[in-house]
Design a protein around this ligand. Structure first.
Ligand code: 5AD
Ligand code: SF4
Length: 440
């Protein structure tokens, strides 16, 4: 039985693809191993969103080549594979297999050809055959499952490689999504994440599966349809600000199992920069959406992504980002330094914010966020949160950790018999990134 080591970089969509690849490989007689050292096949599922992520592929293959043992079969999957195709055979010595984002369902077939001595590059068709199969053993968690609802992206924000690496937006059929959620529910999954580059741009070809569900958009109808499955918790990300309508908040308010967390990447606090990024929303309109979220009776946590140092970003533009952070009081924020990606429209713009200035803005914004986050986290002190006990804590053998409905990491002392259960935890301490508490 051949052993496969599968390494995954990047977003939840990559994690989800890897779960499918692993499930299919096991059904075709392979064994998935945790040890790269004794693997016959090493597959690397890659990310190309920033240069740093892409570099990981190059250093990883180099490491395998120089490990001094007989070289395993090396396959590159995912976004870098889709973008680079067979040029990877020349660019990186030792690569035997290249499988793009649309061809991940065919890894097992491709491996058969590789074992016959061929080099294979499969970038798939425009629309891939969707492979829903994820086995319980290959999910990243026994209690949490990812359900892709929309793949690819049509937005073409000027800095972003995703529309090129993942192709056009395709919404998956609602009846299949609901079927998948029911299957997970019956397997004992407590929390599902509806995932996609822009979940709220969801627009399936037909309404099959959504009939009878209220909602102003297909996405809010889907939320209500998924809620009706009775699965205990539903989270969704990422949301695209232009397509974020109040009705999504209405759906959260009406249905307890729709969790109180919204990830709404703003990318910049300056209208000028948003325009140059082609984000299709203004700060004013974004703030109105934030107001609706913040005024909700569900105490919805709000998180975001932000890029500092986009071409042309002045000190004034950056100050507006800081102001926006003060206004939104994000519960958490992923801050990125702008990284030019070859093939994107902004690649041709002068990358004119110096490396030092990008680092300085990054550090400054991080400091602001840390202060705001500490204030926002302190509101949980003494409160009781509903937490899914997911894992034993890495730091303390006696502690478990999990996520609250608002997607906060919570650590608490509790026996392992609680693993997989949803427990009430009274928060006793708020640290910069996580909460500590005791079971009540
Ligand atoms: N440079 C820096 N950050 C980027 N992101 C996407 N493309 C780039 C880029 N070229 C960030 C955005 C996005 C997140 C997933 O990655 O903030 O929301
Ligand atoms: Fe990239 Fe913009 Fe699409 Fe998000 S919406 S994946 S940032 S192009």
């Amino acid at each position: 039985m051949k052993k496969v080591f599968l390494e995954t970089f990047g977003c939840q969509m990559n994690v989800s693809d890897s779960e499918r690849v692993a499930s299919t490989l096991v059904s075709r007689g392979y064994q998935i191993t945790d040890s790269q050292a004794d693997a016959d096949v090493v597959l690397i599922n890659t990310c190309s969103v920033r240069e740093k992520a892409e570099q990981k592929l190059y250093s990883e293959v180099g490491r395998i080549r120089h490990s001094g043992r007989m070289k395993p079969v090396v396959g590159v999957l995912g976004c870098v594979a889709q973008l680079e195709g067979e040029t990877l055979f020349d660019k990186i010595e030792g690569v035997d297999l290249v499988i793009g984002t649309r061809a991940v369902g065919r890894v097992a077939d491709a491996l058969e050809s590789v074992f016959k001595g061929e080099q294979v590059a499969d970038l798939g068709e425009r629309e891939r055959d969707y492979n829903w199969y994820v086995s319980e053993e290959q999910r990243h968690s026994p209690y949490v499952a990812f359900v892709p609802i929309i793949e690819g992206c049509n937005k073409f924000c000027t800095y972003c490689i995703v529309p090129f690496s993942r192709g056009r937006e395709v919404s998956l059929p609602a009846d299949e999504i609901v079927r998948q959620v029911l299957e997970f529910r019956d397997q004992g999954v407590k929390e599902i994440h509806l995932i996609g580059q822009n979940v709220n741009s969801y627009r399936p070809v037909t309404e099959v599966g959504l009939e009878g569900f209220a909602g102003k958009t297909p996405f809010s109808r889907l939320l209500r349809a998924v809620s009706a499955t009775g699965i205990e918790r539903i989270k969704f990300n990422t949301s695209f600000p232009r397509d974020f309508h109040d009705d999504i908040v209405d759906a959260i308010e009406e249905n307890e199992n729709l969790c109180n967390w919204v990830h709404l990447p703003v990318q910049s606090g300056s209208d000028l920069i948003l325009k140059a990024m082609k984000r299709l929303h203004s700060i004013d309109r974004y703030k109105r959406k934030v107001d609706r979220i913040r005024n909700s009776k569900r105490d919805i946590a709000l998180t975001t992504d932000i890029i500092v140092g986009f071409p042309g970003e002045t000190r004034k533009d950056f100050d507006q980002t800081v102001e926006l952070f003060e206004y939104c009081k994000y519960d958490s924020a992923y801050i990125f330094k702008y990284s030019p990606r070859f093939g994107t429209p902004s690649y041709k713009m002068a990358d004119d914010v110096s490396h030092e200035e990008k680092s300085a803005r990054f550090a400054e914004l991080e400091k602001v966020q840390r202060r705001l986050q500490a204030e926002s986290l302190s509101r949980y002190n003494g409160k009781t949160l509903s937490v899914l006990a997911e894992k034993r804590s890495a730091k303390s053998y006696l502690d478990l950790f999990g996520h609250s409905t608002c997607h906060r990491v919570v650590n608490f002392s509790c026996g392992t018999e609680f693993l997989g259960k949803i427990v009430n935890v009274r928060i006793t301490q708020a640290k910069s990134n996580s909460l500590y508490g005791e079971v009540v």
